[in-house]
Design a protein around this ligand. Structure first.
Ligand code: SF4
Length: 642
């Protein structure tokens, strides 16, 4: 009897997990008992006994059963804060097009509580066609704040909320472009799209444009194509649609997300492919039916991470959705710590080159910024990391466009070589003073020219020389140039300079991230109390930005293991300008840096050589600190044995 109820409970768990949403108790019981005509009273009694005996289940409503996990991780819609956001722009593509207006509406307890609105100076012309649609003219935005100034206020307004938009991908793409440009962040992609929701919950409308849906669902907003008006109309229809969800018994956030994305729901039955995954750190591989690896990812807890693709919501990129659609099998490689999992993931990506991974699968396409030439250094890009013939090599960088954008900006703003000629008479640039004309071969001019190129490259690397040989750094030069061009009504050229400056600053951030990564020398520690008699500590050592070892120690082996490892280490070298890494190293370095930035609470012992002692002594002292931390983990924080 006990065995029967265990089997029933496991079957019920699988049924619920695969469905991903509450299931009618009658249907569940009749299916599990294989009795089509089982009386309702018997079904309720059997299901109730499972709920009472097994903590995994709960009654979701008097008629339906659910998993307790869902309740714990899935808040009620009425307890969630939503922010409806809408942007007006100068065009359709983030980057070349810019935001001209932002409107947002905050919803708490399913009521509108506040609004946010501002025009935005896009710092570029607004096409006549766009002015016709939105009514936003250059005069209106001339004195408006720039997006850089506005973004912190908008982020504060959006704090702790779930985003909503009508065709939300459009608004998110613009906000994410600006956010990642400004501080490397992106908004959570779990936004609600009222366009998709209205197609599901208000079918039969002639179309699902905002004005049509708003009119049909009783919004009082009747003017459109201005950000706050559109956000208000979207908020009105969102609240009506949430009401319709609730009428269908969909009252929780992730249930609603799953409902809103039928594509996601279509793959939910594949949850069954995750049953064998352990709850340990590691890397996972999605394979198709021909065994080809489609996607590789890493996880702090493999089972939870992979299951989240099917349970938590439709927050996946297009490539991941492709992988989920073709998914046939999930393989995994266990790791001892999450940092080791990152190293494993990167190795697997390089090994399999999965077509659905965005980063790391084609490092050969990354480019280096090089400078070479006897008569004045010329800047150019190359996919080849070799320094042969080049005086300076920096990189690698993921996007060639950004590097060429930066070269374009520097050659436009400073009198440096634009050509590949070795010698000869100066061209028009040299004759008009826009190039120092090193091609002429005057040693003093060549030295002056090359000193300037070095300064610019060091500025790009985030290593600003103390005495910059020009009065202004590139941001100021670019700004002055765009202002001059805009005054001359040369808006297209001004927009090109602005774009090149964005590329240059993005490249500079990449250089800094690499430098920061290379300076990471630390030990990260995790306790493992699986064995209550002899608990363990796992220690991942990150040295010059790479995971070089993971040690597993107990109270009695800590001193020996850590001491032995420390003796194999050489003191770290400080990264110096110019930094050129192998192209296969970039993604792993950035992934490890990002993980450490995002997981500040993990116990870690950074290496320090700031005391005036020898490098060997610093290493030994660091080893002692790691050991002390490991012992503290194993003794002081040890949970009482059962
Ligand atoms: S003056 Fe003209 S030809 Fe001479 S190095 Fe400069 S860009 Fe080249």
């Amino acid at each position: 009897m006990l065995q029967l109820s265990l089997t029933l409970a496991n079957d019920l768990y699988e049924l619920l997990a695969i469905s991903g949403e509450p299931v009618d108790f009658l249907k569940a019981a009749r299916r599990l008992l294989a009795l089509k005509e089982a009386p309702a009273s018997l079904c309720r009694e059997v299901m109730n006994s499972l709920v009472v005996e097994d903590g995994r289940f709960c009654w979701h409503s008097p008629q339906s059963l659910g998993l307790r996990d869902w309740q714990e991780t899935d808040p009620d819609l009425k307890d969630v804060s939503f922010v409806v956001v809408d942007v007006e722009t100068t065009g359709g593509r983030p980057g070349p097009a810019k935001i001209t207006e932002i409107g947002a509406v905050r919803i708490e307890e399913l009521r509108v509580v506040s609004t946010f609105h501002s025009l935005v100076n896009p710092q570029r012309p607004i096409p006549a066609k766009v002015i016709e649609i939105t009514g936003i003219t250059p005069d209106m935005v001339r004195d408006a704040p720039r997006i850089e100034l506005l973004m912190p206020n908008l982020m504060e307004f959006m704090q702790n909320s779930v985003l909503v938009g009508h065709n939300a991908q459009f608004d998110l793409a613009f906000l994410n472009y600006e956010l990642s440009r400004l501080d490397g962040r992106r908004l959570d992609e779990g936004a609600f799209d009222t366009l998709k929701l209205s197609r599901l919950l208000a079918p039969g409308l002639p179309n699902h444009q905002l004005s049509t849906v708003a009119g049909a669902l009783g919004s009082r907003v009747d003017t459109f194509h201005r950000a706050l008006a559109d956000a208000s109309a979207t908020a009105d229809i969102f609240l009506v649609l949430v009401g319709r969800l609730q009428e269908r018994g969909i009252t929780r956030l992730n249930q609603a997300r799953s409902f809103a994305d039928p594509l996601h729901k279509r793959d939910r039955h594949k949850l069954v492919l995750t049953r064998h995954l352990p709850r340990t750190p590691g890397a996972y591989l999605f394979r198709d039916e021909n065994d080809e690896v489609l996607y590789v990812g890493k996880a702090d807890r493999l089972r939870d991470r992979v299951r989240s693709y099917f349970i938590s919501g439709p927050d996946h990129s297009r490539r991941v959705r492709q992988a989920l659609r073709r998914l046939h099998r999930v393989d995994y490689v266990e790791a001892t710590t999450p940092l080791e999992a990152i190293a494993t993931e990167q190795d697997l990506i390089l090994q399999h080159r999965p077509q659905c991974n965005t980063f790391g699968r084609n490092p050969e396409r990354y480019v280096y910024l090089k400078a070479e030439g006897n008569r004045g250094l010329r800047l150019y890009t190359s996919p080849n990391p070799s320094a042969r013939g080049a005086t300076v090599v920096m990189g690698p960088f993921r996007g060639k466009g950004r590097v060429t954008g930066a070269i374009d900006l520097l050659t436009r703003c400073y009198p440096i070589r634009r050509c590949a000629r070795n010698a000869g008479d100066p061209c028009l640039y040299g004759q008009t003073g826009r190039c120092l004309a090193p091609c002429v071969g005057q040693p003093d001019e060549i030295a002056r020219h090359d000193a300037l190129v070095y300064d610019l490259l060091r500025w790009l690397a985030g290593d600003l020389p103390q005495r910059f040989s020009q009065p202004d750094p590139p941001e100021a030069m670019a700004l002055a140039l765009t202002t001059k061009l805009a005054r001359q009504s040369r808006f297209e050229e001004a927009a090109e300079i602005k774009k090149a400056l964005d590329d240059t600053l993005a490249l500079r951030r990449s250089c800094r991230a690499v430098m920061d990564g290379l300076r990471i020398n630390t030990a990260a520690l995790w306790p493992d109390y699986t064995d209550t008699i002899m608990p363990q500590a796992h220690i991942s050592i990150v040295w010059e930005g790479s995971v070089v070892a993971t040690l597993t120690v107990t109270e009695s082996t800590a001193a020996l293991e850590i001491g032995r490892f420390i003796r194999t280490l050489e003191p770290p070298t400080q990264p110096r300008f110019p930094v050129a890494l192998p192209n296969t190293r970039l993604d792993s370095l950035l992934a490890i840096r990002r993980w450490l930035l995002e997981n500040q609470t993990i116990l870690r012992v950074p290496y320090s050589d700031s005391d005036p002692v020898s490098a060997r002594e610093s290493l030994d002292r660091w080893g002692e600190n790691i050991m002390a931390s490991a012992l503290r983990l194993l003794t002081i924080h040890r949970p009482p044995s059962k």
